[in-house]
Write a protein that binds this ligand. Structure first.
Ligand code: B12
Ligand code: SF4
Length: 436
């Protein structure tokens, strides 16, 4: 390609009422970064969330620094402090000033309702490097492309996995691109560019992409249309590689469907790690498929050091209108019994209960909380965020007290946008019940 074109990759700030680093790293952007490095580009990363925590908790998670920001008009009346999480604006400018002028700026995006951070990062970068083309992709870009085109200030908004289309967009921005086809296979991708981060306290890892199921509230299919697994031994190699270089013990799985076909996937990984004498502390901040926790799986999870376990169950009320394809009657009971039998203590087994679903009654949530406790596990409330394009979206729009289609800010799960009679007292009551 002659001289290496310079690319600036940005992970924007979060704007929200609450945000916490619970094993959150911009893995999509880091994959893109290493891929572009391997293709001869000079890559610089500006991660607005790569900063020491203001308060550290166990396993490397913790609080982001926060600065109060004006509440956007669409969110007026919410009695909580809106703010920007991550590095300061001055730090942002200082980090930009330290890098050479880029030939293109690539910006990622995460939650749809965090788009103000995307806008702010793009505007600040354009101030520093006027005229440099800005390409924006990621989750918000994929789920709300029209909104992103109209409001993000990016020159190009790209949907879907970036590796497949990035050369087309770099070429459109006037940059040289390598000859030959783009890879369509995640096995062939280089490891994510964790080396570009300064404050890494755990390893994010992806052993598969997508999910073959299709739960009504979930956007997995929209984001990763094909379910694909990496060869288990490739995952073992990667974990060994990072542990040797970065000396980190904690690992967070980012998979949508980590437990599928365990005999040919996760158990192979765990057995091989044990055979090589590699030990980690594992965390599954995304829910695991409850029905796949057999006695054997539970024993392996225990033996391999799974310290944060989260099971995905949206409610224990099993009616005809099941939202979730992950779990059937009796399966939660069985999974929890297997985990207990394997030696997990109740407080180590978190069961996600999705709350704030359209049409969901408080009584149903209360019953689910009590049931999970009775079964010897810890209920963890996960607030529902409505997502355009999912099967549940029309119901979410109909149930909401907001005009959900008017602004992605209203997808914010802190608003309980689909509970018509939401009140903070109600939520606090449920949270207390789950905790005590
Ligand atoms: C891992 C994950 C998490 C992790 C870490 C997230 C992080 N990185 O910060 C944790 C557990 C922390 C998390 C938490 C939550 N999550 Co989450 N999470 C995911 C998950 C499963 C995978 C994301 C991921 O890393 N994928 C792997 C990488 C490789 O893919 P990628 O990021 O999409 O990147 C690719 C492309 O997007 C593209 N790309 C990315 N950037 C760029 C840039 C450019 C320029 C280009 C061209 C391309 C491009 O190329 C990349 C490589 O192929 C997604 C679902 C999914 N399948 O995507 C949900 C998802 C993003 N989460 C979601 C939700 C709702 C949540 C929670 C609110 C859950 C809850 N109720 O509590 C919390 C909120 C987080 C918070 N407040 O801090 C929703 C989003 C809702 C929304 N309105 O936007 C999703 C879509 C799941 C769903 N319900 O369908 N999550
Ligand atoms: S099992 Fe999980 S990732 Fe798969 S569709 Fe359901 S909620 Fe989404």
């Amino acid at each position: 390609m002659g001289t290496s074109p310079v690319l600036l990759l940005i992970n924007p700030w979060i704007y929200d009422f609450a945000a916490y680093d619970f094993f959150a790293r911009p893995l999509g952007l880091l994959y893109l970064a290493s891929f572009l490095e391997s293709q001869g580009y000079q890559v610089h990363l500006l991660d607005c969330l790569d900063t020491p925590h203001t308060q550290d908790r166990a396993f490397g998670v913790g609080r982001y620094p926060k600065e109060t920001a004006p509440t956007p008009p669409a969110l007026h009346g919410i009695p909580r402090r809106y703010g920007r999480y991550g590095i300061t604006a001055a730090d942002f400018r200082a980090r930009l000033a330290a890098i050479p002028k880029p030939d293109a700026i690539l910006v990622t995006s995460l939650m749809t309702y965090w788009y103000p951070g995307v806008q702010a990062a793009i505007l600040s970068a354009q101030e520093q490097f006027p005229g440099t083309p800005v390409i924006m992709g990621g989750i918000y870009a994929t789920l709300c492309p029209e909104h992103a085109r109209a409001h993000s200030a990016a020159d190009m908004v790209v949907t879907g996995p970036g590796e497949e289309s990035i050369f087309k967009h770099l070429a459109a921005a006037g940059l040289p691109v390598p000859a030959g086809p783009a890879p369509d296979n995640s096995d062939a991708l280089p490891y994510p560019a964790l080396h570009l981060l300064s404050h890494l306290s755990y390893l994010p890892i992806l052993t598969s992409r997508g999910c073959p199921l299709n739960c009504l509230y979930c956007a997995s299919r929209l984001l990763q249309p094909h379910y694909r697994r990496r060869p288990p031994l490739a995952v073992v190699e990667e974990l060994g590689y990072w542990q040797e270089r970065l000396r980190l013990q904690d690992v967070a799985f980012y998979d949508d469907a980590l437990l599928l076909d365990p005999e040919n996937h996760l158990l192979v990984i765990l057995e091989e790690l044990a055979r090589r004498g590699l030990s980690f502390r594992f965390h599954t901040p995304n829910g695991l498929h409850t029905r796949l926790i057999t006695p054997e799986v539970a024993r392996w999870l225990q033996r391999s050091g799974f310290a944060t376990l989260r099971l995905g169950v949206e409610t224990t009320a099993l009616g005809l209108e099941r939202l979730d394809q992950k779990i059937q009657a009796g399966e939660l009971e069985e999974a929890l019994a297997n985990l207990r039998e394997a030696g997990f203590r109740p407080e180590e087994i978190g069961v996600y209960l999705l709350i704030g679903l359209p049409g969901q009654e408080e009584e149903e949530v209360v019953n689910s909380i009590l049931r999970v406790k009775e079964l010897g596990a810890a209920p963890v409330l996960a607030q529902y965020s409505p997502i355009p394009g999912t099967a549940l979206w029309p119901q979410a729009v109909a149930a909401s007290r907001y005009d959900l289609e008017s602004d992605p800010l209203l997808h914010n799960n802190s608003l309980f946008p689909c509970w018509p009679q939401f009140s903070w007292e109600r939520y606090t009551r449920l949270k207390r019940l789950a905790k005590n």
